[in-house]
Design a protein around this ligand. Sequence first.
Ligand SMILES: [Zn+2]
Length: 324
Amino acid sequence: MSTDDAPSPDTAPAAPSVADDRPSWQWPESVWRGHAEAVRAGRSLTPPRWPEAARVAVALSFDSDHETIPLRDAETSPGRIAQGEYGARVGAVRVLELLERFGVPATFFMPAVSALLHPDEARRYVREGHEVGVHGWIHERNTLLGAEDEKTLIRRSLETLTEVTGAAPTGIRTPSWDFSDSTLQTILDLGFDYDSSLMADDEPYEVVARGTATGLVEIPVDWIRDDAPYFTMDRFTAVRPYTRPRDVLEIWKDEFDAAYRDGGVFQLTMHPHVIGHRSRLVILRELLDHISAHAGVWFATHAQLAGAAREQLDRPAVPTEPDA
Ligand SMILES: [Zn+2]
């Protein structure tokens, strides 16, 4: 809803024309500023107190991409597909067992094609108290798509996940966190409560579009708190990063410990086909042991975390003076 004199919270202001073919070092201020300020972090939405009087919020997420990564790239060889299949057949099963053992909820962002290939898995997430969020149709790259195609795919993904699981997703994570010039408007148009694809803070914030607050909650992510860059490799290129799982455990423990000291959020992104391997799942177990040994930890799905953050939107921006 909007009035004539207030910006609508559901509509991002139209982008001014910032197209400029010159090299970036020749851009005038209007162009570089236009790009930098298109999508910004606004108000911090960390509540003064977390639910259950907790000291830290812990939000675990798993992107159940499975076969969609090779399929997206039209890499159809059974060898590549099998790597994704491992995520469904082995990884997700182990992850669910581990979450059950610790009694903690998580959010599973699932491409619609992955949910159609593994409908029982998608339904099991919901049945076991976890959240399923939108993660594109076939893990498409939004910055390579036109605005209409992007919107069509996200809408179809939302409808498909709702149909498969019986629960309508309220959150979105763009595949590969690839956020195009039209992604924000599409997310607002489709009525999502939150996004989890941007990186401007450690803590939840309100997304601002060209200076106008949108009312959209951002649950920020980062590659530091993602298993994929540490462990994945490409057989036929020089891309072979490899980190010892226990080194990653140390990084993630440091991230959690600092979030605990700050009274903030510890958010983690993993993939069943990556973290689900034996030598890696052990670090998730040890991380959960470490976290669970602390008092005042609120384990939340991303939707629950976004709900707590969203309440901060109703807070007056400036504290009002008490009556004299
Ligand atoms: Zn993904």
